[in-house]
Structures are given as C-alpha cells and as structure tokens.
Ligand binder design. Sequence first.
Ligand SMILES: C[S@@+](CC[C@H](N)C(=O)[O-])C[C@H]1O[C@@H](n2cnc3c(N)ncnc32)[C@H](O)[C@@H]1O
Length: 241
Amino acid sequence: MTLKMIKNGSELSLDDCQFSELNKFCSDRNIQLRFEWINGQFWLHSDNPNENPIGIEVDKILTKHEEFFKKSSIHKELLARAVGVKAAYRPKILDLTAGLLGDSLLMLSFGCEVWAVERHPVIRFLIQSALQNSTHKSLLNLHFLESDALSVLSENPVVDTVYFDPMFEDANDKASPKKEMRIFRNLVGSDEDAIKVLEKAIDLGPKRLVVKRPRLSQELGKKPSVQYIGKSTRYDVYFSL
Ligand SMILES: C[S@@+](CC[C@H](N)C(=O)[O-])C[C@H]1O[C@@H](n2cnc3c(N)ncnc32)[C@H](O)[C@@H]1O
C-alpha cells in the first residue's frame, strides 16, 4: 500500500473520495506516504522517525503573528515593505506559490487580502485539511486556489501585488534545506517552470511583482527595481510592469 491514512490509531479506507487524488499521486509515482489525523487535521509523516510530521497550524500561526504585531510595527517587516504595505494601504495580493502558507499567513496578518495558489496535490491536501477546522478571523481574507499559477494568471486576476516564491535553485544557493523542510523539498522538487511563470506574471502587469530568493542567489529574471535584503532571504521587487 503506497498511501496510508491513519486516524485514532486505525487505517482509514482509501475509498473515501477526499483521498482519491492523493492515492493516485502515490500509485502513479510508486511512493509511500503516511498521513495521520492529529488535533483536527492531517499531518504528513516523514520516512525518518527523527523528523517531525508536516502540517500547518493555521490558527496557532495567525494568533502568534497577531500577538507579535500588537508589540511590533508591521512596517518593520521586510516582507510588508516588499509587497507594498503602507500606513493606510493594504495591497490585494496574489501568492502564486502557497506552499505551507508561511508567507500567505504573514501577509494576511498585515491585513492584506490574499489569493494563494498551490498546484501540488500533497501540499494542497495539507492546506485544505489545515483550513477546514481553522477559525481565525483573518481567514475571511484568504482565498485558496487549487490550481497552477499559469492558469490563474491567464484569467487576468485583478490584484495589486503578485508574489512569487518558487523552489528554484542556482549555483549560489549554498544553504542546505532545514531538516523539517527536507520532506517538503523531496516531495515538491524544483519548480522548473519558474521562469515561464515569472514571464506570465510580468505580462499581467501588476503594480508590483515580488520574487523571493535566497539572499545570495541570482535574480530569476531581469534586474529588479528594488531589493529588500534580509539575513537569508531577498525580495526582488519589480514596479508597474
Ligand atoms: C518555495 S515553496 C513556497 C513556500 C511558501 N512561500 C511558504 O511560505 O510556505 C513553493 C511552492 O509553490 C508551489 N508552486 C510552484 N510553482 C507553482 C505553480 N506554477 N503553480 C502553483 N503552485 C506552484 C510548489 O508546489 C510549492 O509548494
């Protein structure tokens, strides 16, 4: 059996239609995945027992951000400055690469409305499962799109900022993935169509396009209008494309 879904210590039937896409994904690639229902959502176990399972604790993360921004200014955040948050202005953001929702949830915490796109069936399942029982009020501003960025962009969405954080490495990417990201990286692999998506995002002509890159890596496309450089991350920002 390549897919195992566990709840309260027992294996669930894979006939349930909510698992059919996952089941097909595992059978087609002959890979083994084990999910377990813990605290109201499914978590993906690693094949290495020393590694924590992957899951997104949406309410916990949003509450943590909320508490943090009661004491610290949103405007100090590099990501907030990169996506164009201003004193009385919150951009509408299309996040083309939702992943484990880290950046989307942070942008929601800035008070932005976010459309988050994810194409990978396993990551989509984790997102859906995490969102199902989450209740934080900021989630009213989150729209999760189970799709590919190229399809979403071809519908000419009306947003202020397009945000793009692909898994795309170049020779300067020295950092090895954090332990907890290993399963995620193994599963998703490299987003080889990143340049194509970038070009399509440029064609859309948003007020801002923000590309997240490792600090020392090459730009994905042409020279950005401005760069926001953090300890390990860099945001390449393109204005009025
Ligand atoms: C580096 S991760 C994004 C991490 C995310 N920013 C976060 O904070 O958790 C890239 C994610 O984008 C997804 N992705 C990459 N290219 C995509 C595309 N063209 N359409 C939809 N999803 C895409 C991948 O499947 C992966 O889950």
